[in-house]
Write a protein that binds this ligand. Structure first.
Ligand code: 3PY
Length: 240
């Protein structure tokens, strides 16, 4: 099965005005998009519904996070069932900003991933190592430890709903980008791990994208190596 090329945009906690949002939507709605590419943008929760309604239909909308419970007394959280009910097809889980700033463990990320997929969402699952871990040659070990609880939580069939985003922490918000060779090596290690830990079919079919300081100028080179797409952070969008 050919893996569909994926381009995602993670807005993080941006934009901060409605005018900026409107300008951004215009850019996206006017853009030339190859019909073979899946395009997904992840705005703050506040804008999910309005963007879903004003973006052209082939651009999908993703939440940036969700909880694992379907409803209840969880102030500030959104449930997978609520996202599905609002016709939001994707959620980003395990972003390094959530792992570090909000202390999300890999076990919690796995629990959320399972709940999201059970509810009917697709998940952009972020993994990646810190600079210290890379320098200690621990990239594969760290990424595998992040993936392991997810592997334990999901059935083999559920992997068709997962896109793995390899996002080295040292390349998030720093302007430092992994070289295409570094990204390719990490992606190849993830695929090799999936062969052993899940199955050869899941390894072959799962999309693995790169995120971390991707820009219009470096994305072509990254795409040549990694074959499956990228996730842009907010700073790469036109910030009018
Ligand atoms: C970045 O590019 O900074 C990201 O965090 C993408 O998710």
């Amino acid at each position: 099965m050919a893996r569909q090329f994926f381009v995602g945009g993670n807005f993080k906690m941006n934009p901060s005005t409605r005018e900026t949002k409107v300008a951004l939507v215009k850019v996206l709605n006017d853009a030339q998009i190859d019909s073979s590419v899946e395009v997904v943008i992840a705005p703050p929760a506040l804008y999910l519904l309005s963007l879903r309604d004003i973006l052209r239909p082939e651009i999908k909308v993703s939440a940036q996070n969700c909880y694992f419970k379907p409803n209840g007394a969880f102030t500030g959280e959104i449930s997978p069932a609520q996202l599905v009910d609002a016709q939001i097809p994707y959620v980003i889980l395990g972003h390094s900003e959530r792992r570090t700033l909000f202390h999300e463990t890999s076990e919690l990320v796995a629990q959320k991933t399972r709940a999201a997929i059970d509810a009917g969402l697709s998940v952009i699952l972020c993994v990646g190592e810190t600079l210290q871990e890379r320098e200690a040659n621990k990239t594969a070990e760290v990424v595998q430890a992040q993936l392991k609880p997810v592997i334990e939580a999901l059935t083999e069939e559920q992997w068709s709903k997962v896109i793995i985003a390899y996002e080295p922490v040292w390349a998030i918000g720093t302007g430092k980008v992994a070289s295409s060779a570094q990204a390719q090596e990490a992606h190849a290690d993830i695929r090799a791990y999936l062969v052993k830990a899940v199955s050869p079919a899941v390894s072959a079919n799962t999309r693995i994208i790169y995120g971390g300081s991707v820009t219009a100028s470096n994305c072509k080179e990254l795409a040549k190596q990694t074959d499956v797409g990228w996730l842009f952070g907010w700073r790469c969008f036109p910030q009018t």
